[in-house]
Write a protein that binds this ligand. Structure first.
Ligand code: KIV
Length: 261
């Protein structure tokens, strides 16, 4: 059971329920308002990774490697992954496992970095794909997703996130790999599931089809903010019990010039 987390209090709330907390690069869109994950930096992942580590008690914490931090060469990838683990204290990193990345996964795993792969809909490839869209609808795409999963598995990925693929492809992926599969927009047949926490909490008006909402926090927040604004404007807040004031005895002592109050 996995969810994303980006902050210490959210990690603390989710931790008792989760085997794994992912500090996803979705943080760029969810928290920083970016249009996609391409603009996410190492510094952002480190800052949010540190926050989540402060809140997580028992769940394994995995930090996403941002776009541009691992594709150039295996050496660059290793250095960035090592920095993420050293500076956050997280247990592992995740990479989007496109065709060229398998050798980098092997390089990092051989040097002591646990790596999770991510196949199918790879959000960091949005500028190649043109938009976020489910994969595996053509024979060529199915073969490509299978090849990505096989390569990540062979390279030593300890688990593989399978995102946005035709449901019928999942049994084939599961049969082709030995690593556990973690589905998102994939199938209940995956070994585990992950969702972006803010999606399932109902923070956004729009969510992808595969999200199930377990709460409607946007409406709750709207109601709370409107209630607070109305109370402040009508001077109903703060009430006496929400202010600091001197007791009658202390008021009297102060009036008599007692400096101790
Ligand atoms: O960045 C992220 O949150 C992810 C999950 C959607 C798997 O990669």
């Amino acid at each position: 059971m996995c969810l994303t987390a980006y902050t210490a209090p959210m990690a603390e709330m989710l931790d008792p329920h989760c085997d794994l907390l992912l500090v996803g690069d979705s943080v760029g869109m969810v928290i920083h308002g970016l249009p996609n994950t391409v603009g996410v930096t190492m510094e952002m992942m480190i800052m949010h990774g540190q926050a989540v580590m402060r809140g997580a008690k028992q769940a394994m914490v995995v930090v996403d490697m941002p776009f541009g931090s691992y594709e150039g060469s295996s050496e660059v990838a290793f250095n960035n992954a090592a920095r993420l683990l050293k500076e956050t204290g997280a247990a592992a990193v995740k990479v989007e496992a496109g065709p060229q990345v398998a050798k980098t996964i092997a390089y990092m795993v051989e040097r002591g970095i646990p790596v999770m792969g991510h196949v199918g809909l790879r959000p960091q490839a949005v500028n190649i794909d043109g938009k976020f869209r489910a994969k595996g609808r053509t024979a060529e795409e199915r073969e490509q997703v299978l090849a990505e999963a096989r390569a990540a598995d062979k390279a030593g990925a300890f688990a593989i996130v399978v995102e946005g693929v035709d449901e019928a492809l999942v049994p084939e992926i599961s049969a082709a790999v030995s690593a556990p599969t973690i589905g998102i927009g994939a199938s209940a047949a995956c070994d585990g599931q992950i969702l972006v926490t803010d999606d399932m909490l109902g923070i956004f008006d729009w969510t992808p089809k595969f999200v199930r909402r377990y709460a409607n926090l946007k409406a709750e927040i709207d109601k709370a903010a409107a209630g607070y604004a109305a109370d402040v404007r009508a001077r109903r807040f703060p009430a006496a019990a929400e202010t600091y004031s001197l007791s009658k005895a202390r008021q009297a002592r102060v009036a008599q010039g007692d400096k101790r109050g």
